[in-house]
Design a protein around this ligand. Structure first.
Ligand code: DAH
Length: 339
């Protein structure tokens, strides 16, 4: 029986040392020390021994049991620390590794230019107001002094929803909304989308953006309009920028002008960008027509006003030297990523 115990001691030691994880170690424990384990069976069979042998074998069996228990707990400890070490090794975080690049989006050039314009006018004390893109024909045309036979009212030029409701063709109806029911001083800008029945080409789109401006107060003159727009052009395109006012006709202003800025590529000498003219047309402007003021309940004998409407796409194209407006709406990342 002593030999059997000795065999158990040797094979248990070998199997404990070979146990690769806590599960197989537990299996070894059960195999030798469990209720039906090998060593347990020996202790149970002690009854067949002589009274002299019994204490000797019993003591030996207990010593071996203690040894096996110790070996198991030592092995268990070392398995635990090994698995911790390997977890630490595998989950190692190298904070010095270069980060994976996340491509950052950016604002569309139209939005960037619109934001810059807002900044400039807000800095001059203007409020920003919004108007709806679906507008009444009254606000878009009648209240702006456009006669019934004005060409822009034609169905071939304007998207009508009903006879009285349309997609606004300009941001100017926001002027009406800003004046109705209010008294001067009024100083607002209003950027937004406008719609016209135009075929898409390099300089036309059925949807584009304008930024409307309106100032109503006592003693507003053409000098104020010129000074304001010159200031804007310099802030937008640089100190060297010159402006030019050409007489024009808009129903809602008198006098009216179209305003050009000197070409910032050639500085006015004439080049490909400005088609040899030295000037680039960006906006319409004028002094608010007395009929428009009176129609909104503002006394033209006391107050006068200036107004302007800037084509945002034109500013973007001139600022970034873009020769085809379609680029701005095709949403090609290779193009948009350049701004
Ligand atoms: N609404 C005009 C257009 O779309 C632009 C314009 C001209 C706006 C003169 C104005 C203005 O406020 O005073 O062509």
């Amino acid at each position: 029986m002593k030999q059997q115990i000795n065999k158990i001691e040797i094979s248990a030691a070998a199997e404990i040392a070979a146990a690769a994880d806590t599960q197989s170690l537990e299996a070894v424990r059960i195999k030798y020390l469990g209720k039906k384990g090998a060593l347990t069976a020996i202790l149970r069979g002690m009854g067949s021994l002589t009274p002299e042998e019994r204490p000797v074998i019993g003591a030996y069996a207990n010593t071996v049991r203690g040894k096996i228990e110790e070996e198991i707990s030592a092995r268990s400890e070392s398995l635990k620390s090994a698995s911790l070490a390997s977890a630490l090794e595998n989950e190692k975080l190298d904070v010095t590794m270069p980060a994976r690049k996340k491509p950052l989006g950016r604002l569309h050039p139209i939005t960037q230019v619109e934001n810059r314009m807002k900044e400039i006018f807000v800095g001059l004390g203007f409020d920003i107001v919004e108007g709806p893109e679906i507008e009444s024909a009254y606000n878009n045309f009648d209240a702006l002094n456009a006669p019934a036979d004005h060409p822009s009212r034609d169905r071939s030029d304007t998207f009508y929803i009903t006879d009285d409701i349309l997609l606004r063709t300009q941001t100017s109806p926001v002027q009406i909304r800003a004046m109705q029911g209010k008294q001067p001083p009024i100083r607002i800008i209003s950027p937004g989308r406008v719609y016209r029945c135009d075929e898409v080409d390099a300089t036309h789109s059925p949807m584009f953006h304008q930024l409307e401006g309106l100032v109503i107060d006592k003693n507003i003159t053409l000098g104020d309009l010129k000074g304001l727009l010159e200031l804007w052009a310099k802030a937008m395109f640089g100190e060297d920028t010159k402006t030019r006012f050409r007489p024009h006709n808009f129903p809602f202003t008198e006098p009216s002008a179209e305003v050009d800025v000197s070409c910032f590529v050639c500085g006015g000498k004439g080049c490909r960008l400005c088609k040899g003219e030295g000037w680039i047309e960006l906006l319409g402007a004028g002094l608010v027509h007395p009929n428009v003021l009176a129609g909104c309940g503002i006394d033209p004998q006391i107050y006068s006003g200036l107004a302007f409407g800037i084509g945002i796409e034109r500013v973007v194209m001139r600022k970034y030297n873009i020769d085809d407006m379609r680029h701005l709406f095709e949403n090609d990342i290779r193009f948009l990523g350049q701004f």
